[in-house]
Write a protein that binds this ligand. Structure first.
Ligand code: ZN
Length: 130
């Protein structure tokens, strides 16, 4: 994620924070307790928790770079799912709107009217056969 430096300070492109802490990331193996990998990736994390992303290419191996990138994308996707806009969009996708429920109610009433007309016609037909 490119940072903005228009006033000579590094700004987080996500939240605008100009304060960061230095963070060092490494992978851990799960066999027989946590064992850290030799590879580390250092970056700066803003106060909002967003990483400054340059530096992936300088990772020591393609494999580390790829798994690091996967981790970053997974974390960013998780963060995106937590954003109010995304939550609202997901809810809009899953929930019915008032207009939609009104349209469905109108349609149900129309079907009930047709059904009632058919029942009345059937009763008339049975009362006067032939
Ligand atoms: Zn930020």
């Amino acid at each position: 994620m490119p940072q903005d430096t228009h006033d000579g300070r590094v700004h987080c492109s996500e939240c605008g924070s100009t304060y960061f802490y230095d963070a060092e990331f490494r992978q851990y193996g799960s066999g027989g307790g946590l064992s850290p990998s030799d590879h580390t990736w250092s970056t700066k994390i803003c106060m909002g928790g967003h990483p400054l992303l340059p530096g992936i290419a300088s990772s020591r191996s393609v494999e580390v770079g790829q798994s690091l990138e996967q981790s970053i994308h997974a974390a960013q996707e998780q963060r995106a799912r937590m954003s109010p806009d995304r939550i609202e969009a997901d809810l809009a996708h899953d929930l019915i709107t008032q207009a939609e429920i009104q349209a469905a109610t109108d349609r149900l009433h129309a079907l009930e009217t047709i059904l009632e007309q058919l029942r009345q016609q059937q009763a008339l037909d049975q009362a006067a056969p032939g």
